[in-house]
Design a protein around this ligand. Structure first.
Ligand code: SF4
Ligand code: SF4
Length: 450
């Protein structure tokens, strides 16, 4: 294999065990569920507004709910069948969300969707039409952030992007959905990148991939050689390499200012899953109704990558990977660093569900919290240059103003501090509390001014 010069972000970071157990598992479509539960909010922003009623018959790909306002996203049916109920159902966060409960009947698709495997390379529409199609298709950031993609493509007036960064890092341990996508849909991905470049009016794109995926680096590097303006940048394996700010720093050397956006330094970042979804939306007229989900864990019989229809219950996906292991201690949606533990398995897979991680009981319990020994390890690993031990103590004392002064809102919630703390202090738990309270203060201030 070719020798590459590896880049990375300069400040902090940790090296958790990679455990990419499902890396060799090619994606397989999950058998269609009998019933799906599709929440009207699966994105950052306002919930979508239902446009179909209880009792209506719908087809796969049909619009169920329209995004309300600009920062919102359309929601489509992932199956054909009958809307059994529209009611509040718990999602991964534990909160109840208005959801469509659809009983599947067959699999009849909206006829305007191109379901062929044919690669459509020619991009025939304007940048405005691209953004509109992406908005219509309900595309959101599929790396987990779920920010509506059309919003990111509308660069605010007075700002200019000059580089598109494609995030193929997948630095979370265990997860392999993006890796498989890069291997299996590489040519579609290249078209997706050109679509996003056109939408952003940039002539340079860089695909960032960690060096533990040499097959994806080589494959995309070969394809990129034929595409003017697109290159691959291999990156050192270091968590959280896939954080937006860390990726921009590694690839461009630019630093997103505190409280700023990537576009403030001329960069826009999109995940590989989002890029593929943009290809399907623009070239195939296909809305975001399914995604690749990794199901993995040390005791999982068959760690796998499945193409899963949105709304499928988590239990059904686990079943297809051999069922819930007997020694299960915890089920997490996402990876072990940033994922969220769930208490029920009947909650649905949504647009941001990249993985289902099953942690054995022997590893699922937190160790008793010890007093801080002032070792400063949490400070040295923080990629944002924060002082996590101090932020935790401010949270415990409810000193929100002080936490704000200490830039708590810059925390990207990567969990590196908690991971590294020898005293097993729940740093991130308190930092999240700080962020919630400081966020409330900021919103109150803005309201008072407007
Ligand atoms: S303070 Fe936030 S950004 Fe820093 S290591 Fe902890 S979780 Fe990551
Ligand atoms: S890593 Fe843990 S023990 Fe060390 S300073 Fe930070 S909070 Fe204290």
């Amino acid at each position: 294999m070719q020798e590459y010069k590896l880049k990375t972000f300069p400040r902090g970071g940790v090296h958790p065990a990679e455990n990419k157990l499902s890396a060799a598992s090619a994606t397989r479509p999950l058998p269609l569920p009998e019933r799906v539960v599709i929440p009207v909010v699966q994105h950052l922003g306002a919930p979508a507004e239902p446009v179909v009623q209880k009792g209506e018959t719908v087809v796969t790909g049909q619009l169920l709910a329209r995004g309300r306002g600009f920062v919102s996203a359309n929601i489509h049916s992932s199956v054909s069948g009958k809307v059994f109920r529209i009611e509040e159902r718990p999602d991964a966060s534990g909160y109840k969300r208005l959801s469509f409960v659809i009983d599947r009947q067959g699999d009849e698709w909206d006829p305007s969707i191109d379901r062929s495997e044919t690669l459509r390379e020619n991009i025939q529409i304007s940048r405005e039409e691209i953004i509109r199609k992406i908005q219509d298709a309900g595309i959101v950031g599929m790396g987990g952030a779920t920010f509506p993609t059309h919003v990111k493509l509308n660069v605010p007036k007075g700002k200019k992007a000059d580089i598109l960064i494609i995030n193929g890092v997948e630095c979370e341990p265990y997860l392999t959905a993006d890796h498989r996508l890069m291997l299996e849909k590489s040519r579609e991905l290249m078209v997706g990148i050109r679509i996003l470049m056109k939408a952003l009016e940039v002539n340079r794109a860089v695909i960032g991939i960690e060096n533990n995926k040499p097959d994806a680096i080589e494959l995309l590097d070969n394809l990129a050689g034929k595409d003017e303006g697109i290159t691959v940048q291999p990156l050192k394996v270091k968590y959280p390499q896939g954080g937006e700010k860390q990726l921009i720093k590694a690839i461009t050397g630019r630093e997103v200012p505190s409280g700023g956006l990537p576009v403030d330094v001329g960069a826009v970042v999109h995940n590989v899953g989002t890029t593929f979804a943009a290809y399907e939306a623009v070239q195939k007229n296909k809305p975001l109704i399914e995604r690749i989900v990794t199901v993995t864990g040390k005791s999982v019989k068959e760690p796998s990558n499945f193409v899963v229809r949105i709304g499928t219950p988590v239990a059904g996906v686990i079943e297809a990977a051999g069922g819930l292991p007997e020694d299960t201690g915890k089920v997490v949606l996402g990876g072990p660093m940033m994922g969220k533990a769930i208490s029920k398995l009947d909650i649905p897979v949504t647009k941001g569900t990249s993985g289902i991680l099953i942690i054995p009981d022997s590893e699922a319990h937190r160790k008793p919290v010890q007093p801080c020994i002032r070792c400063a390890r949490c400070v040295s690993v923080c990629p944002m240059g924060l002082e996590p031990y101090l932020l935790m103590s401010l949270g415990q004392k409810q000193l929100w103003d002080k936490a704000r002064q200490e830039s708590v809102m810059d925390c990207i919630e990567c969990g590196s501090c908690s991971f590294t703390c020898p005293a097993d202090r729940p740093l991130l738990d308190y930092i999240r509390l700080d962020k919630m309270r400081v966020g409330e203060l900021i919103r109150k201030e803005k309201k008072a001014v407007s």
